[in-house]
Design a protein around this ligand. Structure first.
Ligand SMILES: [Zn+2]
Length: 243
């Protein structure tokens, strides 16, 4: 572990452009459970009788919006969650280095920690738009809607700006993410199993001379591409890295 941290420190010191690519594991220390974890999968299945991939699909949203919003409000929104050590350390890193954060999470905790240059690959619970007239709504409008399905004053459904299964990623965000990864000297992938495509395939765009570090408790299908793998807490590792 100590030796790994020393290698990471060296990578950090010599890097100018850094990409932090984070998944669910970045927010678990803020008490936002990873619903893709074994426990989460079991819970979703026993409560709804279908998998989260089905509930969080565009088709399901369209045909069963009541169940979709029930699930979404119960399992996807953690309104009072606070940034943890990982988010706060990223705030310090951005003062020293050119840092771009690519977030798979939709919780908005990077913004709460005052992180800049955040590319939200899967959108955010904090942005919501009427499907009919395009009016934008806050998270509270979705949470406090009288009916389980939030409606705009025009009658349209308010859809969270989060990327559902079957929906494509925002092209602009995707291109910016690819540019960031291909021009970075150091890419830190943290708290993600790198199983969800196309997000997982993004790291293939890395420059051959750049360093790829994976911080995750479990091994990932992309481990063979990594220069360094650390099975430790993300916040603690980042803190050590910048010491
Ligand atoms: Zn409307």
């Amino acid at each position: 572990m100590n030796n790994d941290i020393n290698i990471l420190k060296e990578y950090y010191k010599s890097a100018n452009k850094i990409v932090f690519f984070g998944g669910a594991g970045v927010s678990t220390a803020s008490n936002i459970p990873d619903f893709r974890s074994e426990k989460g999968l079991y819970q979703v299945h026993s409560e709804y009788g279908v998998s989260y991939e089905v509930i969080l699909s565009h088709t399901y949203y369209k045909y069963h919006p009541d169940i979709f919003f029930d699930f979404y409000k119960k399992h996807m929104i953690y309104k009072d969650a606070l940034p943890n050590k990982a988010h706060l350390t990223l705030t310090k890193i951005q003062e020293e280095k050119n840092l771009i954060i690519i977030a798979q999470n939709i919780d908005g905790l990077h913004q709460k920690a005052n992180n800049k240059n955040v590319l939200e690959l899967h959108g955010s619970i904090h942005r919501n738009y009427c499907e009919k007239c395009g009016a934008s709504y806050s998270l509270n409008a979705v949470i406090n809607s009288i009916n389980i399905i939030p409606h705009c004053h025009c009658g349209g459904t308010i859809k969270p700006d989060v990327v559902l299964y079957e929906e494509s990623l925002n092209q602009d965000i995707l291109e910016k993410s690819i540019n960031a990864i291909s021009s970075a000297d150091l890419i830190i992938v943290a708290g993600t199993s790198l199983n969800v495509y196309p997000a997982a395939s993004l790291i293939r765009y890395k420059n051959p001379s750049s360093k790829l570090v994976i911080i995750n408790y479990q091994s990932t299908p992309q481990d063979e591409y990594a220069d360094l793998i650390i099975h430790e807490d993300i916040g603690k590792t980042l803190e050590e890295m910048i010491k």
